[in-house]
Unconditional design. Structure first.
Length: 184
């Protein structure tokens, strides 16, 4: 019986080769991970805005009052700031598109981080009527669009369409609309 008591391990060459292969793998994985995380932020931002719209529409229907959604930088009042700083939704009993002392703020969003929101249709507000339908600045305007502009470029941007029935739809195939995102 022969026992070999010599310790076995990796040689310096084997260790360096392993480290080189690991470094190459990490170098290839980091950009993919960054893309994965950016895609996740884009999806989460769209979902946050859609969740706001569903909550505001539901509140309008269940409370039988108009619910206004508007940009708000402080989470307490509508302002002429843009949607990128956040928004609120509230039961707008007197339909003046301002939060009055007797009107309850039902929720607030904090903005979408580095995803910019642009909307010519809903610059100052949009409203859900008690029947769940959408209304913008004028009673005749019952549909509109918000662009979610991704900082990676227009090809990563999305469009949030609000239909007359009040239901939001996220779409990704509107290249002409996304061109305005490059000016964000």
């Amino acid at each position: 019986m022969h026992h070999d008591n010599a310790q076995r391990g990796f040689s310096l060459v084997e260790t360096m080769a392993t480290l080189a292969i690991t470094a190459i793998g990490v170098t290839l994985a980091v950009p993919a991970l960054q893309t994965f995380l950016a895609d996740g932020r884009r999806v989460a931002s769209g979902n946050e805005l859609v969740a706001t719209m569903h909550a505001a529409r539901s509140a309008a229907i269940t409370s039988n009052v108009q619910v206004t959604v508007c940009p708000s930088h402080d989470g307490q009042s509508c302002d002429d700031a843009d949607w990128n700083h956040g928004w609120i939704w509230f039961a707008d009993a007197d339909q003046d598109r301002r939060v009055d002392p007797d009107e309850q703020i039902l929720g607030a969003g904090t903005g979408l981080g580095d995803v910019m929101i642009r909307s010519a249709d809903f610059e100052r507000f949009f409203v859900f009527r008690p029947n769940g339908q959408l209304m913008a600045e004028t009673i005749a305007q019952n549909t509109g669009e918000m662009l979610l502009c991704d900082p990676r470029g227009p090809q990563f941007s999305r469009s949030l369409i609000l239909h007359v029935g009040g239901k939001p739809e996220l779409i990704t195939d509107k290249p002409a609309a996304y061109a305005s995102c490059s000016r964000a």
